[in-house]
Design a protein around this ligand. Structure first.
Ligand SMILES: [Fe+2]
Length: 239
């Protein structure tokens, strides 16, 4: 808009027709409409009098039309583009953010279901075994629900945890010689704070405006995750 005005102002001044003044808005007409109509008339005048080339006329016309529709939408070219974030990564749309996050989360949860089952199979402590049965089912269930949501959104399940991490976790949690106390202490060390443990999920939920189904799914999984972390913290580390 400013660019167009500067050009017209310059042309009209140059040809001695005085500065461009904006007319008052007639009743029932919005200012953006009036501004665009006024600039269009000035542009046509300049074109008809041969002051500007065909190319410049078309360029300025496009600019006026673009500005007019942006004003009509209550937006402008300078409005900051919304960016969605998952950790360090950014995404241009809510859907792309969700497909990435749901898939990463799914990979972790599915693997959780697998390794907690390995731990359960070697745990001698009934208190730990009882809790692990619930934790492993929750993790596996989350993995399935997340995979189903990804499919419903037209995405693909392709994320995988690093191989090194997977083999180290399987070896440690599935080991009959590493005590339950050591395994529990390891989790508490990694996840010392319940709220901090679920902060990445909360950060994504906070950015969802359109996909209510994914948001409700994540809100409920978040509650389960908090219950799991609380259980790790509350379970006595028997030797
Ligand atoms: Fe989990």
């Amino acid at each position: 808009m400013e660019c167009t005005l500067r050009l017209l102002r310059g042309l009209l001044d140059f040809f001695g027709l005085g500065p461009v003044r904006r007319p008052a808005a007639p009743r029932g007409t919005t200012m953006p409409e009036v501004s665009s109509q006024f600039e269009l008339r000035q542009l046509l005048k300049a074109y008809r009098r041969g002051w500007i080339s065909d190319e410049l006329f078309e360029e300025q016309l496009r600019e006026i039309q673009g500005t007019s529709s942006a004003e009509g939408n209550g937006t402008s070219d300078e409005a900051p583009t919304k960016v969605y974030r998952v950790g360090e990564r950014t995404f241009p749309t809510e859907r792309e953010m969700l497909l990435h996050f749901l898939d990463e989360f799914r990979a972790g949860e599915t693997f959780g279901g697998e390794v907690f089952a390995l731990w359960y199979a070697v745990s001698p402590d009934p208190r730990v075994r009882g809790g692990l049965q619930v934790v492993r089912e929750r993790e596996a269930m989350h993995g399935k629900l997340l995979a189903a949501r990804i499919a419903a959104l037209g995405g693909k399940c392709q994320a995988a945890l690093p191989e090194k991490f997977q083999s180290a976790a399987r070896a440690k949690l599935g080991s009959p010689t590493v005590s339950d106390a050591d395994k529990l202490a390891d989790f508490v060390r990694r996840l010392p704070d319940v709220e901090a443990a679920v902060a990445p999920i909360r950060a994504v939920i906070g950015q969802i405006e359109d996909d209510c189904e994914s948001r409700a799914l994540l809100e409920n999984i978040l509650e389960d995750e908090m219950a799991t972390v609380r259980w790790f913290h509350a379970t006595p580390a028997a030797g």
